[in-house]
Design a protein around this ligand. Sequence first.
Ligand SMILES: [Zn+2]
Length: 241
Amino acid sequence: MCGTGKFKVLWGLETSAACPRCGNFEDHLHVPHCRAASARAEWDRRTAAFSAWLDLQLTGPSIKIAILQLLQGVRTPPSFPRRTISSSVRPAFLAQQVIGSQGLLEGCIALSWLPLQQQHYDKIRCCRSVSLWASRLSQQLISIGFYMWEQRNSVQHSDDNIQLRERHSTVNEGFHSQFDMGPDDLPKEIQPMLTCRQQVLCKLLVDKEEWLKLLCQERRDFRRSMKAQRRSLRTIFSPGP
Ligand SMILES: [Zn+2]
């Protein structure tokens, strides 16, 4: 449970569960899975850094290929062509598959990786602790998910936010149509609000929304009252039975 679109709707904080990056339904699984270009770029950046980290930790090459492939399962469908997994790491690969790609991203690693990595350390005559390798591996994986969440939040609080873009576009459309309709069917005291297009255009989004709401309401009321006046005049001046 975290502040994704799904829970914000459940908590009554938002009316839409749309992802701020792509506009699709957002739950916690969607955060690393999002198809938006900015999410893809962040994922590529983080997995490239993770791959470099695996090398730095002298991870067995077959282990590295298998883990990276499983991690890609978070975003890539299983039918996507994959690299061949070495038979020596296949049991660990299958054990990790049972946990799942999302589990891997959340730092849940299969125990079967540890003896394999130990074998690799022995082969290259390295005295590093395999427990420490596993612990750091888990932290690295969790941090990828965390960075995906951070990137999502940076979009949520920027002008690139899809909901914000939609609000901008709706208000701008309404703004231009108000100016195009002109001030004729507005009360005299409201007409000066349509004096300078540029002045209104420079306002903040919330101010523009307020401006638009007021003008729409005033125009509606004025038209309604004019219609009522015309109707009553017709009644007065129409010939009697
Ligand atoms: Zn998305």
